[in-house]
Structure formats: C-alpha cells, structure tokens
Design a protein around this ligand. Structure first.
Ligand SMILES: *Cc1c(COP(=O)(O)O)cnc(C)c1O
Length: 391
C-alpha cells in the first residue's frame, strides 16, 4: 500500500518503539556511553548523530524519495554545506534570481575559495548550456524562483548537468515535498529552508538536505559532521511536528493563494502578479509537469515605492516581515529584505523593482484576506489615482 503524502507526513516517524509515545522523544544528550573500549553504540556524539535529529533526517529522506537526509541549523547552513562538496578551481552555474542569502554565499564566500560562478537565466536552456565550462561542477536551481517565480525545467537541467559531469542542486523550499520531488527528476541534492513551510509556524530556523546516491550521501555526511552546523534536538522535534501538518497547511494556503492571485491580477492598481499557477505564466506548462501544486507564494508589482509603502501601511492582517511559509500571511518587500544583499542594478534586472511585494499566504480565512487587500489597494489608488494598469 502506498499512502498519499498527507498520510505519510502524519505517520512519518511512527510511534516510539520503547514507550508507544506518539511523538518522537527529544534526546538532550551531547554524548553517549560506550559499552567498552572496542564496542561502539549507534551514537557517540551529537554533532555526528542524535536520535531525534536522525528521525527527522530519515523522515525527510523518505518524503523526498532519497536515501539520506541531513538536518542543519539553517537553510543557509544546508546550502553552504552542499557547496562545500566543491574544490578550489571549480565553477558553478546558479539561477540568476536565486535567494539573496545564496547569492551572498556564492559571490562573497565561495569566491574566496577560488570557486567561480556564473549566474544564468535558467528559463533559457541554451543560455544555461552555453554557460557550462570544463570545470563546471554544479548547476544550482531554485524553481519557482524567488520572488518572481521563474520556472526551471529540473529534468532537462539535470540531464544537461549529467552530460557534463556536474551535480544538480535544487532548492525546494517553495514547493516542499508535497508538491515537488526534484530527486525523482534527476537532481542530486534537494535543499530546504525548513524555516519556511516545513516547520510552518515561524518559530525555528532550520535547513534540510537530501541525497539519493549513497556515495554523495556519505560525502555530505562527512561535511555535515566536519563543518558542524547541525540542527539541535529540540528544533528537530519542532520540525517533525511541523511536517505532520504540512499537507493540510500547504493545501489550504495554496488554495487561498490561487484565489488571491486571481483577485490581484484583475485589480487595476496592480501592475503585475507573479504566480506559477496562472495558465498564462510562461513557465506554467513546465511547472505543471514537474510539480503537483502552485504553492502559496506570489508576488505583485505596484507602481513604485510610494505605492508599496501605502499598501504595506494599510494592510491589517499580514505580518510585514522577511520569511514565508507560515500559518500567518507574511508580506515582504524583497528590495530591502530578502534581496538586500543584491546590488540594485542586479536586483532590477531580475524584476525586483521598488514596487515589488511578496505575499506568502497563510491560514487565515480567505475572505478576510481578500477584504484586507481590497481596502489597502483602495488606499493605494486614492494616493496615486494615475497609476492604473490594464493587463
Ligand atoms: C529562507 C530561504 C533560504 C535560507 O534559509 P534560512 O533557513 O533562512 O537559512 C534559502 N532558500 C530559500 C528559497 C529561502 O526562502
């Protein structure tokens, strides 16, 4: 019997064998007694392995159809640890509208280790193919991308990578394993900021990585243990609790996001809405092929910064904050938040203009959110009545 993912999320850890407890015990132990000089138990030191963290790592590995999972202290720790598989002299291809922190890691840390990079528009396969060099070792994808929701064909990118002897890394934060499983499409490492949808309650910072290939898994395990940016036992527990409700949360949020995206698209004060579920979104056919849902994040463009400011000041329900993927709707302003690390010119080339806002739809009653958006857009219109867009 193969249960649906929603069922697997709930029962992913099973009950505790020793006690029957329905929740995983939190093992607060840094070290483990060894039977004697020559015998070792299953654990020795919690940087290398902790039973609570191990449950989480096994869970995410199963949910992503991989063989090994790794839990890190943040999404960035997972991402940077994966990049540590590289060596000096290597080159990486990175999606040009990558998460701001990943951009910063690649341009300000990796480069110090003599690892070169090229940012490419991954919606353009020929651009991607022609940017591959002799020493290219990784193709790094984020799809849908943040915040303008560009879609990269994971399967084709992974084929291109394999043909050129490189690995494919996919940041699957926006889709979660409910909607997209990059390993099934040929990717080598799936990465998550589990801070977002997987934990879902804006309470922890966490990262996950999953591999399928055993040898690659061993190499990443070595880096996890050596670099040491592991997730603690309590946060591992919180994250496992979050994963249980992922199916219900993600489906509800995504259903609301679709309604809100349609509403915003039809509103004359909104210049543009980025949402991969739109039939007219250029990446929609690819997205529909490789993912099972459009997700709960969308971006909208207002005329300018002044309009964005009125909108932000007028909205009552959303939290105005960085981050996404939580029970509460989160509104953010990429230009000064998630993409503050990116120079203005690069930002604008990627569509992250001063009028762009990102909305991560939470679990509030959909009509309440619509009403709130409506009154805020009315205020935007009152302050700049000339800014009307027809789409
Ligand atoms: C938040 C985020 C990250 C970074 O994760 P942290 O948990 O904040 O370190 C990476 N990628 C994407 C797409 C994100 O949204």
């Amino acid at each position: 019997m193969t249960n649906h993912l929603e069922t697997r999320f709930i029962h992913s850890t099973g009950v505790d064998k020793e006690t029957g407890a329905v929740n995983v015990p939190i093992y607060l132990s840094s070290t483990y007694h060894q039977p004697n000089i020559d015998e070792f138990g299953p654990f020795d030191y919690s940087r290398s392995g902790n039973p609570t963290r191990q449950k989480l790592e096994e869970t995410i590995a199963k949910l992503e159809n991989g063989t090994r999972g790794f839990a890190f202290s943040s999404g960035m720790a997972a991402i940077s640890s994966a990049f540590m598989l590289l060596s000096a002299g290597d080159h990486v291809l990175v999606s040009e509208d990558v998460y701001g922190g990943t951009y910063r890691f690649v341009t300000e840390v990796l480069n110090k280790f003599n690892i070169d990079y090229t940012f490419v528009n991954m919606t353009d396969l020929s651009e991607m193919a022609s940017a591959i060099r002799e020493n290219t070792k990784v193709i790094y994808i984020e799809t849908p991308s943040n915040p303008v929701m560009n879609i990269t064909d994971i399967e084709i990118a992974a084929k291109l990578a394999k043909a050129n002897d490189c690995l494919t890394f996919v940041d699957n934060t926006f889709m979660t394993p409910l909607y997209q499983n990059p390993l099934d499409l040929g990717a080598d490492i799936v990465l998550h900021s589990a801070t977002k949808f997987l934990s879902g309650h804006s309470d922890i910072i966490a990262g996950l990585a999953v591999t399928k290939d055993e040898e690659l898994g061993s190499r990443l395990a070595f880096i996890q243990n050596t670099f040491g940016s592991i997730l603690g036992a309590q946060d591992s527990y919180s994250l496992l609790q979050g994963i249980k409700t992922l199916g219900a949360r993600m489906k509800q949020s995504s259903a609301s996001a679709r309604i809100i995206a349609d509403y915003l698209h039809s509103h004359p004060v909104v210049e543009e809405v980025y949402y991969p579920g739109f039939r007219f979104h250029p990446g929609n056919p690819i997205h529909e092929r490789q993912a099972r849902g459009a997700g709960a994040v969308l971006s909208l463009r207002l005329a300018d910064k002044a309009a964005a400011k009125v909108f932000v000041d007028s909205l009552q329900i959303p939290v105005f904050a960085v981050s996404l993927g939580a029970v509460e709707t989160i509104l953010s302003y990429p230009a000064t938040m998630s993409h503050a690390a990116m120079p203005q010119k690069q930002r604008e080339q990627r569509g992250i203009t001063d009028g762009l806002l990102r909305l991560s739809v939470g679990l509030e009653y959909t009509d309440d959110l619509l009403e709130d958006l409506e009154q805020a857009l009315k205020k935007v219109h009152q302050t700049s009545p000339q800014a009307i867009f027809s789409k």
